[in-house]
Design a protein around this ligand. Structure first.
Ligand SMILES: [Ca+2]
Length: 205
């Protein structure tokens, strides 16, 4: 088995319970045998979700990361947070960062030898993971940034959907799939980021 995909199994409490507790909270979410996260602070209600700050990542009994910024994170019980155990023994912890008014982002924390050695910011995942191109590997997808509406409702600014493939070495942009599907959507591939090129809007099926 090259890697294990382990979903968040439970927050262990519900929203009502959270607001009934007055003292500081500290959740622990065990993501795998070695990796867990701790969340000392809940921040705000957004829609029906809570956001969390000062998230800590732990490897065994060692804290390997603490977010000291004002970043807020969102959790659900399906695909967020995630941990991937890679073929080489490293781990990747994926957390969803609240980024309104822009789209949320997926933060990827790479852990090796008990240390976070790399942090990536990806598009927030919006789909059920699936094998889009039938190559045996699943992909997640999302859009990095919100685009402005163009004055002509038949036209849009080019804003690609990015596809990320889960490989045995970690989650990576699937360039060929991203190019292929965006070309179908936009009538051409014009890069991996939002640009001010005006193109016909994608047809909603
Ligand atoms: Ca695939």
């Amino acid at each position: 088995m090259c890697f294990n995909l382990i979903f968040l199994f439970a927050l262990g409490c519900n929203v009502q319970n959270i607001f009934n507790i007055q003292k500081p909270l500290k959740y622990e979410i065990q993501l795998s045998e070695k990796i867990k996260i701790k969340i000392p602070i809940y921040e705000a209600v957004f829609s029906d979700s809570l956001t969390y700050r000062q998230v800590e990542i732990w490897n065994d009994s060692q804290q390997v990361y603490v977010d000291s910024s004002m970043s807020e994170y969102l959790f659900d019980k399906k695909h967020n947070p995630l941990v991937f155990e890679l073929k080489n023994g490293n781990h990747e912890v994926l957390l969803q960062k609240f980024d309104a008014p822009d789209f949320n982002k997926t933060m990827v924390f790479s852990i090796k030898d008990g240390k976070v050695f790399n942090i990536q910011e990806l598009a927030g995942f919006e789909n059920e993971p699936m094998d889009f191109d039938n190559d045996g590997k699943i992909e997640y997808c999302g859009i990095l940034n919100v685009s402005d509406t163009y004055i002509n409702t038949d036209s849009c600014f080019y804003n690609p959907t990015l596809y990320y493939e889960l490989t045995e070495n970690g989650i990576k942009i699937d360039s060929s799939l991203t190019k292929f599907l965006n070309e179908k959507t936009w009538g051409g591939f014009y890069g991996f980021v939002l640009i001010d090129k005006v193109v016909p809007c994608p047809k909603v099926k």
